[in-house]
Design a protein around this ligand. Structure first.
Ligand SMILES: [Zn+2]
Length: 252
């Protein structure tokens, strides 16, 4: 069937680089692509300090994204890295907003972030952890405090079910030509250069028929897919040691 690609945009917040995000939106609209978007409920990470807009302007924009079929994700709570723990699903980052914190602390953060999004009129079913770092307590808190059903993370070849959630793997930061699997391309629009935008547009033109929205993702179950994903993870972890392009990103 050929590989499928999902585009994921990270770090939407009030103080994001609005011009770059608009450029990204126009680019994706041009090709009718519906990405996942990681929205920080109450950003306190000073590295996204580009321009602050009126609260309503930002949330109107998020609601408009959701209305046109973009998949909004809860991206942590404040995006502050308060722990040096890598969590249970890491790709090597040793900083986190959640991993290693007490369950009740994680639960409170998740609850506050989820409620804040709801207050803004945004109901999410997708979770994206800042820095890809979280642990089984985070997963438990998501189950207890939210109606989230899907997690965008983990190294695998095909989406699968685990701990009551659908997991859609995230493997790369750029399009790569591969014969099969579901590949999430994790993009940080705040850090995008002109060159990055041009490169992305060329890739979109090349892979257009294989780019899917989250709703189109097929979830696989059974022993065979577990083995395939397990073997893939071993190979992939070896590859990222030697080939930078196979690394999703350091920061998220
Ligand atoms: Zn992030």
């Amino acid at each position: 069937m050929g590989a499928k690609y999902i585009i994921r945009l990270d770090d939407a917040c009030q103080t994001m680089d609005h011009a770059k995000w608009l450029r990204m939106e126009n680019l994706l609209d041009k090709y009718a692509i519906k990405p996942m978007v990681a929205v920080i409920p109450d950003n306190k990470d000073s590295s996204f300090n580009c321009e602050r807009v009126n609260d309503n302007t930002f949330w109107n924009r998020v609601r408009a994204w959701q209305k046109k079929g973009w998949e909004i994700a809860q991206h942590g709570y404040t995006h502050e890295y308060v722990s040096k723990n890598s969590g249970d699903f890491t790709i090597g980052n040793n900083y986190s907003e959640f991993a290693g914190l007490l369950y009740r602390v994680q639960k409170e953060k998740i609850k506050k972030g989820y409620q804040l999004l709801q207050e803004k009129g945004i109901t999410v079913t997708l979770w994206i952890a800042p820095a890809h770092t979280f642990d089984y307590d985070t997963v438990r808190a998501l189950r207890e405090e939210t109606d989230i059903t899907t997690i965008s993370d983990g190294i695998a070849l095909y989406p699968y079910k685990h701990k009551g959630f659908v997991w859609i793997p995230v493997q790369v930061a750029n399009f790569i030509k591969v014969p099969f699997g579901y590949w999430t391309i994790c993009i940080h629009p705040n850090e995008f250069s002109d060159k990055d935008f041009n490169k992305l547009e060329s890739a979109i033109q090349k892979f257009h028929s294989q780019i899917v929205a989250m709703q189109e993702v097929k979830v696989y179950e059974g022993f065979f897919i577990k083995i395939v994903n397990y073997i893939f993870k071993i190979i992939f972890n070896l590859l990222i040691k030697y080939k930078r392009k196979f690394h999703p990103q350091v920061k998220s």
